[in-house]
Design a protein around this ligand. Structure first.
Ligand code: ARG
Length: 549
């Protein structure tokens, strides 16, 4: 596909000193491309408005109109050339990240803990980033860095031995584990014996005692079985489930590296790394010999670097762990690892449901699967009302209900705190997943009714404003995918999809599609491109695109 931005950049860079390629922005209401002139005012010692006027007179590009407007330089491409160019390459052909490897640590659930709504953001942002990077040609390693190490598992074994029962555990699974853990927690506060016993069990897990490890593995598979059901519903897969316990015996290797660089200090019997004035020291090992979270993360970082030779290693984790990742990356920097700068904490804000903050520690845990079920049930009721004759209503409701939750989570910038409302997420006329899915299904129904088959298209039939607005949004869809990946911001794609739907619905109302002849053929062709792009984009964001709704 021809790169108009590059034409503009090359033609304008002499007139506008300091111009960067990324200063050329795409598609707004007034033009096809534009350059805001505000940043040049200082260097050129002129007002942005005057800069735009002078630059417009100096810049000449074949087939493009250049106009100044209030400090902006507006570029308008000749429509027929633009349209032909927009359709000159197939969807998903753009692969700028071939040869790059990206590790994405996301979801990272904790064993014997519920998969609650607090895991929603890490799971869907991470899942979407995997798809976006893969679509751009990168090799992606999706990693579920399981929380499978800690003294609490000794407590759980002790509780199971005292009060548990195999049959009940098999029947009730995670619910039973949670109850046992709460009971352990309460009773160990009153009875020191229980805490001591728990400590012994947790040492036995570490030393490889068969009974302890066997039981712990069982807890692990109960947790993962439940998590995998959620992952299936969200169209998510992982390449690795190596958890914290895998790295325990690799911490010693990190300690020798730290030692060799004279970075390891002892403080009150504990091992620490000092990180300067603006950060507390990193605690590597406690005085009782236990390894710490950050030490296991350091070992994991080396393991990933050695095994995957990543170009980027992302950690999709809530903002409250910001200090942890700052410390982690700083230690690697002090160790002199050049790849320390390829590590990124992809942070995100808090999720609440109707104003209520959630955390596992309180009793009011909200399971993600329950939220998905509630959304599916509501979706089914809406579908039954809107389209009573639809086949496989249950499958469609599953796609729409789950999709509504996921799309909503991916619709705002990730750092923003979110207040989730099922009713808003399921509004078929709002800026929602169901709205995009419905528009996709509507395109399909138009194409089916017309018995559309791909054939020759006369692009000059698509030059009116309504059609052209749609085409502008399709033309640089690849840019949106690329921007979403490199800024770790799937909302760039979700927002673009909604815009395409809005523009398509305006086109649908303004231009009669079934008008016969080559105009009809061209309009059907555009409808098919919209359907394909919506489906492609929905899948990148983990959503299904039902053919009918
Ligand atoms: N399991 C941790 C939690 O739920 C998140 C782990 C994130 N990944 C990491 N490499 N530290 O808080």
């Amino acid at each position: 596909m021809h790169d108009y931005k590059l034409d503009i950049f090359n033609a304008a860079k002499d007139a506008l000193q300091g111009l960067e390629y990324s200063d050329v922005t795409a598609a707004d209401a007034f033009c096809d491309y534009c350059i805001p002139c505000f940043k040049f005012a200082k260097i050129l010692r002129k007002s942005p408005a005057a800069i735009a006027v002078d630059a417009a007179a100096a810049i000449k590009i074949d087939g493009m109109k250049v106009e100044p407007l209030n400090g902006y330089l507006n570029f308008t491409v000749e429509r027929s050339a633009f349209v032909a160019n927009a359709f000159s390459s197939a969807l998903g052909e753009y692969k700028p990240l071939v040869g790059k490897t990206v590790c994405i640590d996301f979801s990272s659930v904790n064993i014997a803990k519920p998969f609650h709504i607090g895991h929603l953001m890490t799971t869907v942002i991470g899942g979407a980033l995997c798809k976006l990077y893969r679509a751009l040609g990168a090799t992606v390693v999706g990693i579920n860095h399981l929380g499978d190490f800690g003294t609490q598992f000794g407590g759980l074994i002790s509780a199971y031995k005292r009060w548990g029962d195999e049959k009940r555990l098999d029947e009730r699974g995670l619910d039973e584990l949670l109850e046992l853990y709460v009971r352990y927690h309460n009773e160990s506060e009153k009875d020191a014996d229980i805490a001591n016993e728990a400590r012994e069990w947790s040492q036995k897990i570490e030393s490889g005692d068969r009974f302890a490890v066997g039981l712990f593995d069982k807890f692990k598979s109960i947790t993962l079985e439940q998590a995998k059901k959620v992952y299936d519903r969200l169209n998510i897969e992982f390449d690795s489930y190596l958890g914290e316990s895998f790295y325990v015996d690799k911490v010693a290797g990190v300690e020798s590296k730290l030692d060799a660089k004279k970075l390891l200090k002892t403080s009150d019997g504990a091992e620490i790394v000092e990180l300067g004035d603006d950060m507390p020291p990193a605690l590597i090992r406690r005085s009782d010999g236990a390894s710490l979270y950050i030490a296991r993360d350091l070992a994991a970082a080396y393991y990933r670097h050695e095994n995957y030779a990543f170009d980027k290693c992302l950690y999709v984790v809530a903002s409250h762990q910001a200090l942890h990742f700052k410390q982690l990356f700083k230690v690697l920097e002090l160790l002199g690892e050049p790849w320390a700068s390829d590590m990124v904490h992809v942070s995100y804000g808090m999720v609440s449901v109707e104003g209520m903050a959630l955390s596992t520690r309180r009793g009011n845990v909200l399971y993600l699967s329950d939220v998905l079920d509630a959304a599916v049930e509501k979706a089914l009721a809406i579908i039954v009302e809107r389209n009573p004759d639809l086949n496989d209503k249950n499958a469609v409701a599953e796609s729409v209900g789950v999709g509504a939750v996921v799309f909503d989570a991916l619709y705002d910038g990730r750092l923003k705190d979110k207040n989730f409302s099922l009713a808003d997420a399921l509004n078929f006329d709002g800026e929602t997943g169901p709205y995009v899915q419905y528009t996709h299904a509507r395109c399909n129904s138009v194409l089916n009714k017309a018995d559309y088959k791909a054939g020759d298209v006369d692009y000059s039939e698509l030059l009116d404003d309504a059609a052209y607005d749609v085409i502008k949004l399709l033309a640089d869809f690849d840019d949106a995918v690329y921007g979403a990946a490199v800024k770790y911001e799937p909302s760039i794609v979700s927002r673009r999809l909604v815009k395409i739907c809005q523009a398509f619905n305006r086109f649908y109302n303004a231009d009669r599609i079934m008008c016969g002849g080559k105009t009809q053929a061209a309009r059907l062709f555009l409808t098919a491109r919209v359907a394909d792009t919506l489906k492609y984009g929905l899948n990148l964001l983990l959503l299904d695109a039902p053919e009918r709704m």
